[in-house]
Design a protein around this ligand. Structure first.
Ligand code: SF4
Ligand code: SF4
Length: 196
């Protein structure tokens, strides 16, 4: 008996008090991903990276909004969302208690406003993402004019950018044709002048 008591004292507690006391987890534990909407720019990088399709994005251009959502019921706690997030808006936490009373409670959502295109005014991308990219590009600009040009490019929707490119290419083509015609006309005048 004494021997058994000694063994128990030497071993200490073999079980944990959870759920009556908080469960301690290791430093790199991969628990529930926590999303901070205030830091999120709705860029959709986590949506693309998520292998379980737990994170979804829905863009409603008519309402001018993009809805970010996560379904914890699908999450496999791989951490790809945290790795891909450019702003640190989503991080795995130490929380592993996911039990809920209803399936709908496993989903969390955040709604973001879309920015209107600087050219046509149609909503096309999350305003926070446009600001973020414009700020980043602005840091690389060598002058105020260049920063403004970059900001305008970022704030223009893909359809307007395509239309502007087509217009620019067409203008360059016309200018090149006109140059060619002028040089041809110049040559003809010179030939006439030198003809006896
Ligand atoms: S931890 Fe993995 S599965 Fe869960 S939301 Fe993030 S990327 Fe998706
Ligand atoms: S990657 Fe980060 S910033 Fe982009 S949508 Fe996901 S949580 Fe938001």
């Amino acid at each position: 008996m004494l021997k058994l008591l000694k063994e128990i004292l030497r071993t200490g507690e073999a079980t944990v008090k959870y759920p009556f006391a908080p469960m301690e987890v290791c430093k790199d534990f991969r628990g529930k991903p926590e999303h901070r909407a205030e830091d999120c720019i709705a860029c959709a990088a986590c949506t693309v990276a998520c292998p379980a399709n737990a994170i979804q994005m829905e863009t409603d251009t008519a309402a001018g909004s993009r809805t970010w959502s996560i379904n914890y019921g699908r999450c496999v706690f791989c951490g790809r969302c945290e790795e891909s997030c450019p702003t640190g808006a989503i991080r795995l936490s130490a929380d592993f208690e996911l039990a809920v009373g209803s399936k709908a409670d496993l989903t969390r959502k955040a709604v973001f406003t879309l920015a209107g295109c600087a050219c046509c005014g149609k909503p096309f991308a999350p305003a926070k993402e446009v600001d973020y990219v414009a700020r980043l590009l602005g840091q690389t600009a060598r002058s105020e004019e260049e920063a403004e040009r970059l900001r305008l490019t970022v704030a223009t929707c893909p359809a307007c950018k395509r239309a502007q490119d087509v217009h620019q290419i067409a203008t360059m083509g016309i200018a090149r044709q006109m140059d060619a015609r002028h040089s041809e006309a110049g040559r003809s005048v010179k030939e006439l002048e030198t003809t006896p």
